[in-house]
Design a protein around this ligand. Structure first.
Ligand SMILES: Nc1nc2c(ncn2[C@@H]2O[C@H](COP(=O)(O)OP(=O)(O)OP(=O)(O)O)[C@@H](O)[C@H]2O)c(=O)[nH]1
Ligand SMILES: [Mg+2]
Length: 181
């Protein structure tokens, strides 16, 4: 890893892949696995990532870890401030977005609203069903159908696990192919 910095509204020199989703869904854990180093702080308490953090590696693009949405433990003022920062980031940077959803639950209202916002802005997005290590075969089967129905416009979909590393090689290949150096 070369450096990490908070998005401050400046123009960036490289394209960006960004990880978004509900608080605690596993964004920072996934980023650490993909980069191959524990650079992003992880916590079992929601609301750990408190700004849009950018990570520069040897890849020809930047990785972005975003604050989560959807947890009442975070104050209303804090949520508003994160939302403003996230909107500025989406509009100015126009990243490739990965929307992480918990594979054990059906998509939540806030996930659907987030995806609608991305579609409204014309941003391409992938849907990653996280913590797949916790799914039984029958749950996986069921969830596959639910996700296909809920996110027909996603340009890539897959089950992933930062714990077992399921799905990560394929995801890495797909992200890298999106940004040919
Ligand atoms: N079983 C399992 N647990 C995971 C996985 N990925 C993350 N976790 C756990 O989920 C919790 C939240 O992980 P984070 O990576 O901090 O989640 P986040 O989405 O970045 O959360 P915020 O920054 O608060 O929005 C931690 O306790 C992780 O250990 C996974 O693939 N499998
Ligand atoms: Mg985080």
């Amino acid at each position: 890893m070369r450096r990490r910095f908070v998005f401050s509204g400046d123009v960036l020199q490289k394209p960006v892949v960004a990880f978004s989703g509900r608080s605690n869904v596993g964004k920072s854990s996934l980023l650490n696995r993909l980069i191959g180093k524990a650079v992003a702080p992880v916590s079992s308490q929601p609301g750990r990532t408190r700004a849009v953090w950018l990570y520069e590696t040897d890849d020809p693009f930047l990785w972005a870890d975003m604050p989560g949405y959807g947890y009442a433990t975070v104050s209303q003022a804090q949520r508003q401030s994160w939302l403003r920062q996230k909107l500025l980031f989406l509009e100015k940077v126009r990243p490739l977005i990965c929307v992480l959803v918990d594979s054990r639950h059906p998509p939540q209202r806030l996930d659907i609203e987030w995806v609608r916002l991305l579609e409204h802005l014309g941003l391409p997005y992938a849907v990653l069903a996280t913590k797949a290590d916790k799914l039984s075969q029958s749950e996986r089967h069921q969830q596959r159908r639910v996700l296909l129905g809920a996110f027909p416009k996603a340009i890539w979909k897959g089950f992933i696990s930062a714990r077992s590393e399921e799905g990560l090689p394929e995801l890495k290949i797909w992200i890298r192919s999106f940004f040919p150096g």
